[in-house]
Write a protein that binds this ligand. Structure first.
Ligand code: AMP
Ligand code: MG
Length: 431
């Protein structure tokens, strides 16, 4: 088994006290190996699931050459023989789902609607708008189209035997339709990743409980649950755990025996009540516990075992996230998310960064990556502009609600002046 030391040697400038974000991401990537369990679900339930196998098209789509327009189908050779004007006799019709059974001879055509199979002898469709019709005869100018126009070819969308969707793909709306177009109603997917999570802190109160002096409501569990559900993972909410070694140990073992990944929040900084880190060292492997990142500096990452010592019982990947609510979200999206997707069997897709002009000066110290919460908008010339939200405190969750993007300030970046360009990562995607 790979140890944290082996892994840290793979990464340049390893400093467990403040690991650069890219180095942390590299370590996490190495530890986040996919599970291999497969199940079959109906197409309806396949949305947002990870495909476990390549989907090979069992048929050609479309299954037959067909018309892309409402018009008349004929043999395109007629365009070569006729000098100025083509005249054809209409001998039948083909509608979507109602093919024309006969063969279309030279000098004749068949009325077709979009999607109708092209009859034998036809390779071209003249759109109805280009045609003048008198009785059963049509005319149109020869130079209005070329042979083969307005024909959708057999297998043009997907050829039989080709890979329609690759293993590791997360099924999106278009994929659901594509699978249906292949006649596939039973989809092989990876078992959903199981993620257990709990909050730590004596000050935390759950919803419905009275808020005693010095206490706060536990918001992190709700944020984590929501972020995990968005990724369509199976969640196991283990509640609030007090800052007490025995309770923490029991909760971590319980989580490790029931889940692939364990997420906690709070209790990983250098504060007095921070037992999580010490505990981890007794029955887990710790890869790092501090990042050169803001927010998100205290972040413990490693592996925990459900047994008494490292290597005993069932292993689970462990992320001890900071307690501050914004830091929970930032570390989840920048460090945890990709690992969860990889473990779930998904092929990671990089989140796009967009270049934007900063509307204000932003203070930034070199030596850590910052993820400020920003409000981005695109001007009429297509240029993106961004402004940080009011409070950038890692406790101020309202900044996440107000923002529509992260402003990503790279490790070496120093102060930003008004008008400088910065990278932004938008919160919303379309599909
Ligand atoms: P800690 O990392 O445990 O020292 O927590 C840092 C800050 O985050 C403290 O102000 C905590 O009260 C706050 N905090 C920790 N956990 C939560 C939580 N689950 N919900 C809301 N705030 C929290
Ligand atoms: Mg705490």
């Amino acid at each position: 088994m790979t140890t944290p030391d082996d892994l840290s040697r793979c990464v340049d400038q390893y400093d467990p006290d403040a690991l650069p974000v890219h180095a942390a991401q590299a370590i996490v990537r190495q530890w986040a190996t996919p599970h291999t369990e497969i199940e079959h679900v109906s197409l309806h339930d396949a949305l947002d699931r990870v495909l476990a196998e390549d989907i090979v098209s069992p048929i050609d789509v479309p299954a037959h050459d067909n018309s892309a327009m409402d018009g008349y189908a004929f043999d395109g050779a007629a365009l070569i023989s006729a000098p100025d004007d083509v005249t054809l006799k209409v001998t039948g019709k083909a509608l979507a789902g109602h093919p024309f059974a006969g063969t279309v001879a030279a000098g004749t055509c068949v009325r077709v609607m979009t999607g109708a199979w092209l009859p034998a002898g036809c390779d071209t469709v003249v759109p109805q708008e280009l045609v003048s019709r008198e009785g059963e005869t049509i005319h149109f100018p020869t130079d209005a189209l070329h042979a083969g126009a307005n024909r959708r070819r057999t297998g043009e969308d997907l050829a039989r035997g080709s890979v329609a969707l690759h293993a590791g793909r997360i099924v999106r709306a278009g994929d659901a339709g594509l699978l249906a177009s292949l006649g596939i109603g039973d989809v092989p997917v990876r078992r959903r990743l199981r993620v257990a999570f709990f909050s730590t802190g004596d000050e935390l109160r759950s919803l419905g409980e009275p808020l005693a002096p010095g206490c706060v409501y536990d918001s992190n569990r709700h944020t984590l649950s929501a972020m995990l559900r968005r990724l369509n993972l199976e969640t196991l909410d283990l509640g609030v755990v007090r800052d007490e070694p025995a309770a923490l140990e029991a909760a971590l073992r319980d989580a490790a025996s029931n889940a692939d990944v364990v997420l906690t929040s709070g209790g990983v900084s250098v504060g007095e009540a921070d037992f999580t880190r010490k505990l981890l060292q007794t029955f887990g492997d710790v890869a790092f516990w501090s990042l050169a990142m803001r927010p998100g500096r205290p972040l413990a990452f490693g592996r925990i075992w459900s047994g008494e010592r490292p290597g005993a019982g069932r292993p689970a990947l462990f992320f001890g996230l900071p307690g501050n609510p914004v830091a929970v979200m930032v570390t989840f999206y920048q460090i945890v998310r990709e690992a969860l997707l990889a473990m779930a069997g998904a092929t990671p897709q990089p989140v796009p960064l967009i270049t934007a002009t900063s509307r204000t000066a932003i203070r930034k110290r070199a030596g850590r990556t910052e993820y400020q919460r920003g409000i981005a908008e695109r001007d009429t010339k297509g240029q993106w502009h961004v402004v940080p939200t009011g409070s950038q405190s890692s406790g101020a969750l309202s900044s996440m609600s107000e923002a529509n993007c992260f402003i990503v300030l790279a490790h070496e970046q120093t102060n930003i002046d008004t008008g400088d360009t910065v990278d932004i990562m938008l919160f919303d995607g379309l599909v």
